[in-house]
Write a protein that binds this ligand. Structure first.
Ligand code: C2E
Ligand code: CA
Ligand code: CA
Length: 434
Protein backbone atom coordinates (compact mmCIF):
# COMPACT_ATOMS: atom_id res chain seq x y z
CA UNK A 1 0.00 0.00 0.00
CA UNK A 2 2.61 2.53 1.03
CA UNK A 3 5.57 1.06 -0.87
CA UNK A 4 7.87 1.29 2.11
CA UNK A 5 9.48 -1.46 4.20
CA UNK A 6 7.45 -3.85 6.28
CA UNK A 7 8.23 -4.69 9.91
CA UNK A 8 10.41 -7.74 9.16
CA UNK A 9 12.63 -5.98 6.63
CA UNK A 10 12.92 -2.95 8.89
CA UNK A 11 13.99 -5.04 11.91
CA UNK A 12 16.49 -6.89 9.80
CA UNK A 13 18.11 -3.71 8.47
CA UNK A 14 18.15 -2.02 11.89
CA UNK A 15 19.84 -5.10 13.38
CA UNK A 16 22.42 -4.96 10.62
CA UNK A 17 23.16 -1.28 11.31
CA UNK A 18 23.54 -1.93 15.03
CA UNK A 19 25.88 -4.85 14.34
CA UNK A 20 28.06 -2.57 12.23
CA UNK A 21 28.37 -0.33 15.29
CA UNK A 22 26.27 2.55 13.94
CA UNK A 23 24.48 4.73 16.49
CA UNK A 24 20.94 4.20 15.21
CA UNK A 25 17.89 6.07 16.31
CA UNK A 26 14.41 4.76 15.81
CA UNK A 27 11.28 6.90 15.78
CA UNK A 28 7.91 5.18 16.02
CA UNK A 29 5.03 7.22 14.69
CA UNK A 30 1.34 6.71 15.33
CA UNK A 31 -1.55 8.55 13.68
CA UNK A 32 -3.90 9.92 16.33
CA UNK A 33 -7.59 8.99 16.06
CA UNK A 34 -6.97 7.06 12.83
CA UNK A 35 -9.80 4.66 13.58
CA UNK A 36 -12.26 7.53 13.95
CA UNK A 37 -11.12 9.04 10.64
CA UNK A 38 -11.43 5.64 8.99
CA UNK A 39 -14.94 5.14 10.39
CA UNK A 40 -16.02 8.63 9.41
CA UNK A 41 -14.68 8.77 5.83
CA UNK A 42 -14.39 5.11 4.87
CA UNK A 43 -11.45 2.77 4.31
CA UNK A 44 -10.51 4.25 0.92
CA UNK A 45 -9.83 7.63 2.52
CA UNK A 46 -8.04 5.82 5.34
CA UNK A 47 -5.72 4.11 2.83
CA UNK A 48 -5.12 7.44 1.16
CA UNK A 49 -4.05 8.97 4.47
CA UNK A 50 -1.63 6.10 5.09
CA UNK A 51 -0.11 6.64 1.65
CA UNK A 52 0.21 10.38 2.14
CA UNK A 53 1.71 10.02 5.61
CA UNK A 54 4.28 7.59 4.14
CA UNK A 55 5.05 10.08 1.39
CA UNK A 56 5.55 12.94 3.83
CA UNK A 57 7.84 10.78 5.93
CA UNK A 58 9.78 9.91 2.80
CA UNK A 59 10.45 13.56 2.08
CA UNK A 60 12.00 13.83 5.54
CA UNK A 61 14.38 10.93 5.15
CA UNK A 62 17.42 10.46 2.96
CA UNK A 63 18.60 7.35 1.11
CA UNK A 64 20.42 5.85 4.09
CA UNK A 65 17.37 6.08 6.36
CA UNK A 66 14.93 3.23 6.80
CA UNK A 67 11.24 3.86 6.64
CA UNK A 68 8.62 1.23 7.41
CA UNK A 69 4.98 0.72 8.05
CA UNK A 70 4.92 -1.47 11.15
CA UNK A 71 1.25 -2.31 10.73
CA UNK A 72 -2.10 -0.53 11.03
CA UNK A 73 -1.46 3.17 11.38
CA UNK A 74 1.99 2.86 12.94
CA UNK A 75 5.17 3.83 11.10
CA UNK A 76 8.87 3.79 11.97
CA UNK A 77 11.82 5.78 10.77
CA UNK A 78 15.41 4.75 11.53
CA UNK A 79 18.43 6.89 10.87
CA UNK A 80 22.09 7.01 11.74
CA UNK A 81 22.72 9.56 14.46
CA UNK A 82 25.21 12.15 13.39
CA UNK A 83 24.96 14.20 16.55
CA UNK A 84 22.85 13.78 19.67
CA UNK A 85 20.86 16.97 19.15
CA UNK A 86 19.46 15.43 16.01
CA UNK A 87 17.17 13.00 17.87
CA UNK A 88 14.65 15.56 19.04
CA UNK A 89 15.04 17.54 15.84
CA UNK A 90 13.85 14.68 13.65
CA UNK A 91 10.91 13.94 15.96
CA UNK A 92 9.94 17.59 15.81
CA UNK A 93 10.18 17.61 12.01
CA UNK A 94 7.98 14.51 11.78
CA UNK A 95 5.26 16.23 13.80
CA UNK A 96 5.61 19.49 11.86
CA UNK A 97 5.33 17.82 8.47
CA UNK A 98 1.91 16.41 9.41
CA UNK A 99 0.71 19.90 10.39
CA UNK A 100 -0.52 20.74 6.91
CA UNK A 101 -4.08 19.69 6.09
CA UNK A 102 -4.44 16.47 4.07
CA UNK A 103 -6.49 16.82 0.90
CA UNK A 104 -8.30 13.57 0.17
CA UNK A 105 -10.67 13.77 -2.75
CA UNK A 106 -13.61 15.78 -1.45
CA UNK A 107 -12.37 15.85 2.12
CA UNK A 108 -9.89 18.02 3.94
CA UNK A 109 -8.65 16.22 7.01
CA UNK A 110 -6.32 17.41 9.76
CA UNK A 111 -4.12 14.67 11.12
CA UNK A 112 -1.77 14.68 14.09
CA UNK A 113 0.82 12.07 14.96
CA UNK A 114 2.59 11.09 18.16
CA UNK A 115 6.25 10.14 18.10
CA UNK A 116 8.33 7.95 20.44
CA UNK A 117 12.08 7.62 19.95
CA UNK A 118 14.92 5.42 21.20
CA UNK A 119 18.65 5.43 20.39
CA UNK A 120 21.04 2.46 20.08
CA UNK A 121 23.13 1.36 21.80
CA UNK A 122 21.93 3.29 24.90
CA UNK A 123 18.30 2.11 24.67
CA UNK A 124 18.81 -1.32 23.13
CA UNK A 125 21.51 -3.35 21.42
CA UNK A 126 19.22 -5.20 19.05
CA UNK A 127 16.31 -4.17 16.90
CA UNK A 128 13.50 -5.76 18.97
CA UNK A 129 14.65 -4.05 22.21
CA UNK A 130 15.20 -0.73 20.49
CA UNK A 131 11.79 -0.82 18.85
CA UNK A 132 10.05 -1.94 22.02
CA UNK A 133 11.59 1.00 23.91
CA UNK A 134 10.66 3.44 21.15
CA UNK A 135 7.09 2.13 21.42
CA UNK A 136 7.12 2.63 25.20
CA UNK A 137 8.13 6.26 24.55
CA UNK A 138 5.31 6.42 21.97
CA UNK A 139 2.73 5.28 24.52
CA UNK A 140 4.08 7.94 26.86
CA UNK A 141 3.64 10.57 24.11
CA UNK A 142 0.11 9.44 23.36
CA UNK A 143 -0.97 9.92 26.95
CA UNK A 144 0.63 13.38 26.97
CA UNK A 145 -1.74 14.58 24.25
CA UNK A 146 -1.83 14.86 20.45
CA UNK A 147 1.31 15.87 18.55
CA UNK A 148 3.62 14.95 21.44
CA UNK A 149 7.05 13.41 21.15
CA UNK A 150 9.29 11.78 23.71
CA UNK A 151 12.64 10.08 23.93
CA UNK A 152 12.77 6.80 25.85
CA UNK A 153 13.85 6.95 29.51
CA UNK A 154 14.36 3.74 31.51
CA UNK A 155 11.79 4.90 34.13
CA UNK A 156 9.12 4.98 31.42
CA UNK A 157 8.94 1.22 31.55
CA UNK A 158 7.99 1.20 35.23
CA UNK A 159 5.67 4.19 34.76
CA UNK A 160 3.90 2.42 31.94
CA UNK A 161 3.58 -0.73 34.02
CA UNK A 162 2.09 1.28 36.91
CA UNK A 163 -0.21 3.07 34.48
CA UNK A 164 -1.41 -0.26 33.04
CA UNK A 165 -2.08 -1.64 36.52
CA UNK A 166 -4.03 1.47 37.42
CA UNK A 167 -5.98 1.21 34.18
CA UNK A 168 -6.85 -2.42 34.94
CA UNK A 169 -7.93 -1.52 38.46
CA UNK A 170 -10.02 1.38 37.15
CA UNK A 171 -11.72 -0.68 34.44
CA UNK A 172 -12.53 -3.46 36.87
CA UNK A 173 -13.98 -0.96 39.37
CA UNK A 174 -16.19 0.40 36.58
CA UNK A 175 -17.29 -3.12 35.57
CA UNK A 176 -17.92 -4.32 39.13
CA UNK A 177 -19.12 -1.01 40.57
CA UNK A 178 -16.63 -1.09 43.43
CA UNK A 179 -16.01 2.64 43.81
CA UNK A 180 -16.66 4.18 47.20
CA UNK A 181 -17.70 7.61 48.36
CA UNK A 182 -16.37 9.41 51.40
CA UNK A 183 -18.17 12.42 52.85
CA UNK A 184 -16.42 15.44 54.30
CA UNK A 185 -18.47 17.83 56.44
CA UNK A 186 -18.76 21.51 55.53
CA UNK A 187 -19.39 23.67 58.59
CA UNK A 188 -21.17 26.98 59.02
CA UNK A 189 -18.56 29.53 60.10
CA UNK A 190 -20.85 31.32 62.63
CA UNK A 191 -21.58 28.37 64.94
CA UNK A 192 -19.60 25.51 63.34
CA UNK A 193 -22.74 23.47 62.76
CA UNK A 194 -22.69 21.07 59.81
CA UNK A 195 -24.24 22.64 56.71
CA UNK A 196 -23.69 19.62 54.50
CA UNK A 197 -21.11 17.24 53.07
CA UNK A 198 -18.88 16.99 50.01
CA UNK A 199 -18.80 13.60 48.29
CA UNK A 200 -15.23 12.48 47.54
CA UNK A 201 -14.59 9.52 45.29
CA UNK A 202 -12.33 6.61 46.25
CA UNK A 203 -10.90 3.78 44.12
CA UNK A 204 -10.15 0.88 46.49
CA UNK A 205 -6.85 -0.96 45.92
CA UNK A 206 -6.67 -4.73 46.06
CA UNK A 207 -5.37 -5.61 49.49
CA UNK A 208 -6.48 -2.40 51.22
CA UNK A 209 -6.10 1.34 50.93
CA UNK A 210 -7.23 3.37 47.96
CA UNK A 211 -5.96 5.40 45.04
CA UNK A 212 -6.44 9.17 45.31
CA UNK A 213 -8.90 10.74 42.86
CA UNK A 214 -6.17 13.29 42.09
CA UNK A 215 -4.36 10.34 40.47
CA UNK A 216 -7.11 8.29 38.84
CA UNK A 217 -9.61 10.98 37.75
CA UNK A 218 -7.24 12.35 35.06
CA UNK A 219 -6.72 8.78 33.77
CA UNK A 220 -10.46 8.10 33.81
CA UNK A 221 -10.93 11.30 31.80
CA UNK A 222 -8.39 10.17 29.19
CA UNK A 223 -9.93 6.70 28.94
CA UNK A 224 -13.41 8.11 28.48
CA UNK A 225 -14.65 6.52 31.71
CA UNK A 226 -15.31 9.63 33.77
CA UNK A 227 -18.84 10.25 32.49
CA UNK A 228 -19.98 6.80 33.63
CA UNK A 229 -18.12 7.09 36.93
CA UNK A 230 -19.37 10.65 37.50
CA UNK A 231 -22.92 9.53 36.78
CA UNK A 232 -22.58 6.90 39.48
CA UNK A 233 -21.20 9.51 41.93
CA UNK A 234 -24.19 11.83 41.37
CA UNK A 235 -26.63 8.94 41.78
CA UNK A 236 -25.05 7.54 44.92
CA UNK A 237 -24.49 10.95 46.53
CA UNK A 238 -28.12 11.98 46.01
CA UNK A 239 -29.41 8.64 47.23
CA UNK A 240 -27.41 8.96 50.46
CA UNK A 241 -28.24 12.64 51.00
CA UNK A 242 -31.96 11.95 50.61
CA UNK A 243 -31.79 10.02 53.92
CA UNK A 244 -30.34 12.99 55.86
CA UNK A 245 -32.20 15.74 57.74
CA UNK A 246 -33.54 18.07 55.10
CA UNK A 247 -31.37 21.12 55.84
CA UNK A 248 -28.16 19.27 54.95
CA UNK A 249 -26.68 19.75 51.48
CA UNK A 250 -24.55 17.45 49.34
CA UNK A 251 -21.75 18.68 47.07
CA UNK A 252 -20.57 16.68 44.06
CA UNK A 253 -17.45 17.35 41.96
CA UNK A 254 -17.86 17.42 38.19
CA UNK A 255 -15.13 16.92 35.59
CA UNK A 256 -15.11 19.18 32.51
CA UNK A 257 -15.38 16.00 30.40
CA UNK A 258 -18.86 15.42 31.84
CA UNK A 259 -20.04 18.47 29.89
CA UNK A 260 -18.81 17.19 26.53
CA UNK A 261 -21.66 14.90 25.50
CA UNK A 262 -24.35 17.42 26.44
CA UNK A 263 -26.19 14.98 28.71
CA UNK A 264 -25.23 16.20 32.16
CA UNK A 265 -28.41 18.24 32.64
CA UNK A 266 -30.60 15.23 31.90
CA UNK A 267 -28.48 13.01 34.16
CA UNK A 268 -28.88 15.42 37.07
CA UNK A 269 -32.59 15.93 36.45
CA UNK A 270 -33.28 12.19 36.30
CA UNK A 271 -31.16 11.54 39.39
CA UNK A 272 -33.00 14.14 41.44
CA UNK A 273 -36.29 12.64 40.42
CA UNK A 274 -35.23 9.08 41.20
CA UNK A 275 -33.74 9.92 44.60
CA UNK A 276 -36.42 12.38 45.65
CA UNK A 277 -33.72 14.83 46.79
CA UNK A 278 -34.80 18.48 46.68
CA UNK A 279 -32.78 20.23 43.96
CA UNK A 280 -31.73 23.07 46.28
CA UNK A 281 -29.85 20.53 48.44
CA UNK A 282 -27.52 19.52 45.59
CA UNK A 283 -24.40 21.54 44.86
CA UNK A 284 -22.29 20.88 41.79
CA UNK A 285 -18.64 21.89 42.07
CA UNK A 286 -16.84 22.83 38.88
CA UNK A 287 -13.37 24.22 38.27
CA UNK A 288 -12.10 26.96 36.02
CA UNK A 289 -10.78 24.35 33.60
CA UNK A 290 -14.36 23.81 32.45
CA UNK A 291 -14.77 27.42 31.39
CA UNK A 292 -11.55 27.47 29.37
CA UNK A 293 -13.05 25.26 26.67
CA UNK A 294 -16.17 25.61 24.52
CA UNK A 295 -17.72 28.27 26.70
CA UNK A 296 -21.02 28.80 24.92
CA UNK A 297 -22.24 25.24 25.25
CA UNK A 298 -20.85 24.99 28.78
CA UNK A 299 -22.55 28.23 29.84
CA UNK A 300 -25.86 26.98 28.49
CA UNK A 301 -25.59 23.70 30.35
CA UNK A 302 -24.64 25.48 33.57
CA UNK A 303 -27.65 27.77 33.18
CA UNK A 304 -29.90 24.76 32.57
CA UNK A 305 -28.54 23.06 35.68
CA UNK A 306 -29.22 26.18 37.68
CA UNK A 307 -32.72 26.31 36.27
CA UNK A 308 -33.31 22.85 37.77
CA UNK A 309 -32.73 24.51 41.15
CA UNK A 310 -29.33 23.04 41.96
CA UNK A 311 -26.51 25.28 43.15
CA UNK A 312 -23.29 25.76 41.19
CA UNK A 313 -20.03 26.25 43.05
CA UNK A 314 -16.69 27.41 41.66
CA UNK A 315 -14.12 25.07 43.24
CA UNK A 316 -10.40 25.70 43.85
CA UNK A 317 -10.94 29.41 43.29
CA UNK A 318 -7.82 31.48 42.75
CA UNK A 319 -5.54 28.80 41.32
CA UNK A 320 -6.15 29.36 37.60
CA UNK A 321 -5.51 32.45 35.52
CA UNK A 322 -8.72 33.98 34.34
CA UNK A 323 -10.88 33.57 37.42
CA UNK A 324 -12.18 37.10 37.54
CA UNK A 325 -13.67 37.23 34.08
CA UNK A 326 -15.73 34.10 34.77
CA UNK A 327 -17.18 35.50 37.96
CA UNK A 328 -19.30 38.05 36.22
CA UNK A 329 -20.15 35.83 33.25
CA UNK A 330 -21.84 33.19 35.31
CA UNK A 331 -23.85 33.68 38.49
CA UNK A 332 -22.14 31.11 40.72
CA UNK A 333 -23.90 30.41 43.98
CA UNK A 334 -20.75 29.61 45.83
CA UNK A 335 -17.04 30.21 45.68
CA UNK A 336 -14.61 27.81 47.33
CA UNK A 337 -11.34 29.52 48.25
CA UNK A 338 -8.54 27.15 47.28
CA UNK A 339 -6.69 25.21 49.97
CA UNK A 340 -3.34 26.67 48.94
CA UNK A 341 -4.36 30.11 50.25
CA UNK A 342 -5.55 28.71 53.57
CA UNK A 343 -2.48 26.48 53.95
CA UNK A 344 -0.17 29.48 53.55
CA UNK A 345 -1.98 31.47 56.27
CA UNK A 346 0.12 32.16 59.35
CA UNK A 347 3.34 31.35 57.51
CA UNK A 348 4.45 34.97 57.59
CA UNK A 349 3.41 36.15 54.14
CA UNK A 350 2.32 39.74 54.71
CA UNK A 351 0.16 40.11 51.58
CA UNK A 352 -1.65 36.79 51.72
CA UNK A 353 -4.25 37.84 54.28
CA UNK A 354 -5.15 40.87 52.14
CA UNK A 355 -5.55 38.70 49.04
CA UNK A 356 -7.89 36.28 50.85
CA UNK A 357 -9.83 39.19 52.30
CA UNK A 358 -10.24 40.67 48.82
CA UNK A 359 -11.49 37.34 47.40
CA UNK A 360 -14.03 37.00 50.20
CA UNK A 361 -15.22 40.60 49.79
CA UNK A 362 -15.52 40.18 46.02
CA UNK A 363 -17.52 36.96 46.28
CA UNK A 364 -19.80 38.39 48.95
CA UNK A 365 -20.50 41.52 46.93
CA UNK A 366 -21.61 39.22 44.10
CA UNK A 367 -23.98 37.49 46.52
CA UNK A 368 -22.05 34.22 46.61
CA UNK A 369 -21.59 31.94 49.59
CA UNK A 370 -17.89 31.75 50.46
CA UNK A 371 -16.39 28.48 51.65
CA UNK A 372 -12.77 28.17 52.75
CA UNK A 373 -11.20 24.76 52.17
CA UNK A 374 -8.26 23.02 53.81
CA UNK A 375 -8.77 24.51 57.28
CA UNK A 376 -6.28 22.69 59.49
CA UNK A 377 -5.85 24.93 62.55
CA UNK A 378 -7.91 26.93 65.02
CA UNK A 379 -6.03 30.09 64.05
CA UNK A 380 -6.96 29.65 60.38
CA UNK A 381 -10.59 29.02 61.31
CA UNK A 382 -10.74 32.15 63.46
CA UNK A 383 -9.17 34.39 60.84
CA UNK A 384 -11.43 33.06 58.07
CA UNK A 385 -14.52 33.55 60.20
CA UNK A 386 -13.47 37.10 61.08
CA UNK A 387 -13.04 38.18 57.47
CA UNK A 388 -16.49 36.95 56.56
CA UNK A 389 -16.24 33.39 55.19
CA UNK A 390 -19.63 31.70 55.44
CA UNK A 391 -18.43 28.11 55.60
CA UNK A 392 -15.32 26.21 56.64
CA UNK A 393 -14.12 22.83 55.45
CA UNK A 394 -10.97 21.00 56.51
CA UNK A 395 -9.30 18.36 58.62
CA UNK A 396 -9.49 20.64 61.69
CA UNK A 397 -13.28 20.41 61.65
CA UNK A 398 -13.84 17.02 60.03
CA UNK A 399 -12.06 14.58 57.76
CA UNK A 400 -13.72 12.74 54.90
CA UNK A 401 -15.60 9.81 56.45
CA UNK A 402 -17.10 6.56 55.29
CA UNK A 403 -20.86 6.18 55.01
CA UNK A 404 -21.22 4.25 58.28
CA UNK A 405 -19.79 7.15 60.29
CA UNK A 406 -22.26 9.74 58.97
CA UNK A 407 -25.20 9.05 61.31
CA UNK A 408 -22.90 9.47 64.33
CA UNK A 409 -21.50 12.75 63.02
CA UNK A 410 -24.94 14.15 62.22
CA UNK A 411 -26.32 13.15 65.64
CA UNK A 412 -23.36 14.65 67.44
CA UNK A 413 -23.87 17.91 65.58
CA UNK A 414 -27.54 17.95 66.61
CA UNK A 415 -26.80 17.11 70.23
CA UNK A 416 -24.18 19.82 70.67
CA UNK A 417 -26.50 22.36 69.08
CA UNK A 418 -29.33 21.29 71.39
CA UNK A 419 -27.05 21.50 74.44
CA UNK A 420 -25.88 24.92 73.39
CA UNK A 421 -29.39 26.27 73.01
CA UNK A 422 -30.40 24.71 76.35
CA UNK A 423 -27.44 26.41 78.02
CA UNK A 424 -28.43 29.70 76.41
CA UNK A 425 -32.05 29.37 77.55
CA UNK A 426 -31.09 28.67 81.13
CA UNK A 427 -28.56 31.51 81.07
CA UNK A 428 -31.31 33.91 79.99
CA UNK A 429 -33.61 32.51 82.70
CA UNK A 430 -30.92 33.00 85.36
CA UNK A 431 -30.24 36.56 84.26
CA UNK A 432 -33.98 37.37 84.10
CA UNK A 433 -34.53 35.98 87.59
CA UNK A 434 -31.58 37.97 88.86
P1 C2E B 1 -11.29 18.96 45.88
O1 C2E B 1 -12.60 19.02 45.19
O2 C2E B 1 -10.58 20.25 46.11
O3 C2E B 1 -11.57 18.20 47.24
C1 C2E B 1 -10.97 18.50 48.46
C2 C2E B 1 -9.75 17.65 48.68
O4 C2E B 1 -9.03 18.17 49.77
C3 C2E B 1 -10.11 16.21 49.11
O5 C2E B 1 -9.06 15.37 48.62
C4 C2E B 1 -10.04 16.30 50.63
O6 C2E B 1 -9.80 15.07 51.25
C5 C2E B 1 -8.88 17.23 50.80
N1 C2E B 1 -8.94 17.98 52.06
C6 C2E B 1 -10.03 18.41 52.72
N2 C2E B 1 -9.70 19.10 53.84
C7 C2E B 1 -8.35 19.11 53.89
C8 C2E B 1 -7.39 19.66 54.82
O7 C2E B 1 -7.72 20.27 55.83
N3 C2E B 1 -6.09 19.47 54.53
C9 C2E B 1 -5.67 18.80 53.42
N4 C2E B 1 -4.37 18.66 53.21
N5 C2E B 1 -6.54 18.25 52.53
C10 C2E B 1 -7.87 18.42 52.75
P2 C2E B 1 -9.38 14.06 47.77
O8 C2E B 1 -10.57 13.38 48.33
O9 C2E B 1 -8.10 13.31 47.66
O10 C2E B 1 -9.80 14.64 46.37
C11 C2E B 1 -8.87 15.24 45.53
C12 C2E B 1 -9.54 15.85 44.32
O11 C2E B 1 -10.08 14.84 43.47
C13 C2E B 1 -10.73 16.73 44.67
O12 C2E B 1 -10.27 17.99 45.08
C14 C2E B 1 -11.48 16.75 43.37
O13 C2E B 1 -10.93 17.68 42.50
C15 C2E B 1 -11.21 15.36 42.82
N6 C2E B 1 -12.40 14.52 43.07
C16 C2E B 1 -12.81 13.92 44.21
N7 C2E B 1 -13.97 13.25 44.02
C17 C2E B 1 -14.33 13.46 42.73
C18 C2E B 1 -15.44 13.04 41.92
O14 C2E B 1 -16.39 12.37 42.36
N8 C2E B 1 -15.45 13.45 40.62
C19 C2E B 1 -14.44 14.24 40.10
N9 C2E B 1 -14.51 14.61 38.82
N10 C2E B 1 -13.38 14.64 40.83
C20 C2E B 1 -13.33 14.26 42.14
CA1 CA C 1 -14.44 19.98 45.46
CA1 CA D 1 -11.30 22.30 46.12
Amino acid sequence: LTEILNRARFMNDVDEAIRLGCPVEVHTIDINRFKEINDAFGPAVGDDILRQVARRLQTLSDKRDLLARLGGDEFALAEIVRNMGQVTKTARRIIATMGETFHLGDHDVDVTVSVGSAVAPAHGQDAPTLLRNAEIALTHSKSAGPASRSLFRPEMDAELQAQRELETLLRSAVAKGTFELMFQPIHRAEDLRIAGFEALLRLPRDGGGHVSPAVFVPLAERLGLITAIGGWVIGRACEVAATWPSQLTIAVNLSPVQFEDGRIVETVRATLEASGLAARRLELEITEGLLLSDTESVMRQLADLKALGVRIAMDDFGTGYSSLSYLWRFPFDKLKVDQSFVRALGKGDEHLASVIQAIVALGRSLGMTITAEGVETDAQANFLRQIGCDQLQGFHLGRPMALDRLPGAILKDFRSAAERSEAETSATRVSREA
